[in-house]
Ligand binder design. Structure first.
Ligand code: UTP
Length: 292
């Protein structure tokens, strides 16, 4: 039996060191792809998946994130006075209803597992989703809606996965696969950032998860893993055996906006999706393609 997935945790407590100096005073998750901050894509994807409550795990220096989802009285009054209704819609469409958004703090960036653990009291004892906002998935329904649909079939812990080149396995959590129908892969183990020669497969976990609340019991141990961080992968791996664990090969293209190349590519791809920017983007690509 699987209950509905009502809550999504968005961990945004990281330091974003790969994006310095941009991230010295601005949270990485507020960097815009075209004209929308990464975090807004994450919240929109959660909504499309039927999520009712958003839980942010923030940290020092991340207050711009809270302001982004707040009502901006001065801005709204000015736009209203100027008759700018389209802009008013852009500025309010994303504000979740009062009481449907919460924030908790991760006092120290001790790793993704630790960030998720910080949300334990807000999540309670029910299955929940995790969205890492620096992973963007370009797909009309989003990636999380696909996970939720697959979860209704298999239950347990479920993550979005994609095949990566073997030389990149040391950047990701990798599945040790026991059964694979080409869409859903059942795992008997997980390894965080394995050396390409030791990787049990090339199926890597991307930033979308559906987890059972028992994950918090595993995270309670606060064990440090790869890179000296408290890894979510390690805690998920320890649940295998008592709970099923699957990876879903999702539809859509994923952009790793935590690194510069992925972020740049996402900006191009998302501009090409936009009716108001497609021709301009194509023209720019043609011009630079011709001169590089
Ligand atoms: P990353 O692994 O990309 O880490 O986190 P980071 O600190 O943001 O960036 P770099 O590696 O220093 O450049 C993936 C997601 O997990 C969150 C981040 O905010 C990001 O959304 N995270 C990571 C936390 O909330 N807390 C942590 O301790 C680590």
């Amino acid at each position: 039996m699987t209950g509905p997935i009502r809550k999504a945790v968005l961990p945004v407590g990281g330091l974003g060191t790969r994006f310095l100096p941009a991230t010295k005073a601005i949270p990485k998750e507020m960097l815009p792809v075209v004209d929308k901050p990464l975090i807004q894509y994450g919240v929109e994807e959660a909504r499309k998946a039927g999520i009712e409550e958003i839980i942010f795990v923030t940290s020092r220096g991340k207050s711009a994130l809270e302001d982004h989802f707040d009502y901006h009285f001065e801005l709204m009054k000015t736009l209203e006075a100027r008759g700018k209704t389209a802009e008013m819609k852009l500025a309010t469409a994303m504000s979740p209803a009062a009481g449907k958004i919460s924030y908790t703090r991760q006092p120290e960036a001790l790793g993704l597992g630790h960030a998720v653990w910080c949300a334990r009291n807000l999540v309670g004892r029910e299955p929940f989703a995790v969205i890492l906002p620096d992973d963007l998935v370009l797909h009309p329904e989003g990636c999380l809606a696909q996970l939720v649909a697959a979860y209704e079939q298999v239950g347990g812990n479920l993550v979005a996965v994609e095949d990566v080149p073997r030389e990149h396995t040391n950047r990701y959590g990798i599945l040790d696969v026991v059964e694979d129908d080409g869409r859903l892969a059942k795992a008997k183990g997980l390894v965080e950032k394995p050396d390409p020669k030791d990787a049990p497969s090339t199926l890597s976990i991307i930033g979308r998860y559906i987890l059972q609340p028992e994950i918090f019991d595993e995270l309670d141990r606060q064990d440090k893993g790869a890179g000296g961080e408290i890894q979510l992968t390690d805690a998920m791996a320890r649940t295998i055996g008592s709970q099923p664990f699957h990876g879903l090969r999702f539809e859509g293209r994923r952009y790793d906006c935590g690194n510069k190349a992925g972020f740049l590519e996402a900006n191009i791809a998302y501009a090409l999706e936009r009716d108001d920017l497609r021709e301009t983007a194509r023209d720019i690509i043609r011009r630079y393609g011709a001169t590089s």
